[in-house]
Design a protein around this ligand. Sequence first.
Ligand code: DC
Length: 190
Amino acid sequence: MQKVIAIDGPSASGKSTLARNLAARFQIPYINTGSMFRAVALAAQRRGVDRQDAAGLEAMLRELDIDYRRNAAGDWELALDGEFPGEALRTADIAAGASLVATVPAVREALKAMQRKMAGSQWLVMEGRDIGTNVFPDAEVKVFLTARPEVRAARRAAELRAKGDDVPVDEVLTALLERDRRDSERDVAP
Ligand code: DC
């Protein structure tokens, strides 16, 4: 058994909110694995690597530094090459890029190795699409969280709007359904 609370489910189902609250309640680290795929997409964009170039992404990942640190507010946040990319990870373009890089087996393997290394003698909360099924099949606690696509799209649109990214809800819904399809039909860890 691994001392992991694994929270799986599609995007905007409420995983992050639940994970963040559990981490605060039990005073344990919180790892949002979606942000790791987003960081790979962002790093690829910055370095001019194509999001579907498996060899290019694999080479990039060998030198990429991804870890989780406490930010100024005391929350656990992803650091890429030593800095918090913050909002740059949460644009619609990077979300689409994350879904693309997530179909590349070498990317999934590299991130899975990093995720497994994070678990140890201390409890942690980890959320994503495949944490309980694939990364930590022996997690002591597993949660699968989902919600209707319309509800998820409305939430995601409100989140984007709050960041000044005013995307119509039906566009968010279309992108979300497309991402669901890609995430659930891919060959590796669907
Ligand atoms: O949860 P999110 O929107 O931040 O995730 C971004 C993308 O990363 C999502 O389209 C699928 C991928 N992902 C994944 O394949 N496996 C995970 N454990 C987490 C995210």
